[in-house]
Write a protein that binds this ligand. Sequence first.
Ligand code: 13P
Ligand code: SF4
Length: 311
Amino acid sequence: NLAGLDLRAEIDRLRKERNAVILAHYYQRPEIQDLADYIGDSLELSRKAAATDAEVIAFCGVRFMAETAKILAPEKTVILPDMDAGCSLEDSCPPDRFKAFREAHPDHIALTYINCSTEVKALSDVIVTSSSAETILSKIPPEQKIIFGPDRHLGGYLNRKFGRDMLLWPGVCIVHEAFSETELLKLKAQHPDAPIAAHPECPPHIVDHADYVGSTSGILAYAKETPAQTLIVATEPHIIHQMQLAMPNKTFIGAPGADGNCNCNICPYMALNTLEKLYLALRDLTPRVEIEENLRLAAKKSLDAMLDLAS
Ligand code: 13P
Ligand code: SF4
């Protein structure tokens, strides 16, 4: 029974006792963001995981992110507050079907979004995140044939921007898929001077209205740079917490779903992590991410390729 426990104080005590670092993605609940040691996008959190001196990584994000941390830092204990924190993109791309897709296109390389299973990473040549995809793709010769999975919207955005014709796996993020163009245009009509910042996981009918398209960190940087006082944010709305902390005088409005508000765009997987579960994970050092060594080494190759090419 956790009633009566000061969870924040307990988490602080355990983080010191366990020599743990708490990494959190921008889509985590505000109370988790507020006590994290580092907050970041997928690429930044991977780099932090690879570089940390801590013995324990408490990963407040989704499972593929915690697995990435374990792949890059196998000697660390990696805990995830809720092991059910998956991702619709990962679910869309079962490894056996991805393997068949690869085998059907032997003259293509597999450029793969980090939002996938460790097995799919092991079947890929180069991993990308939304913040590294453009840099990495621009380093791949135009004549090189590419299959891109699992996010067809990110892949389609890259194809349009770079004039490529990568073959796309048909996966989508259920969160970014849920924004409504009609409601977005209504909101824009009410705030004509507010630019729109969108994550590239959004479908083209949202991205095409955006003044800025980029990763969560990119969107946060844009929010700081833009002289506009009001910004419409077309990504998971928990990122607005960091924007409001950094820029209390600006107004941030989450882009709406079909019901006219942004609550339907909360990532249900990210939301599984709570302060209670983080406390229990630090106390018991479980749920723990474990990856079979040959699989880890195979997946590490494509992640290392990303870390090399992204810089
Ligand atoms: P970022 O790398 O932009 O943080 O994106 C992660 C993610 O899951 C977006 O849905
Ligand atoms: Fe996956 Fe979408 Fe949630 Fe990101 S927001 S973790 S892509 S389901």
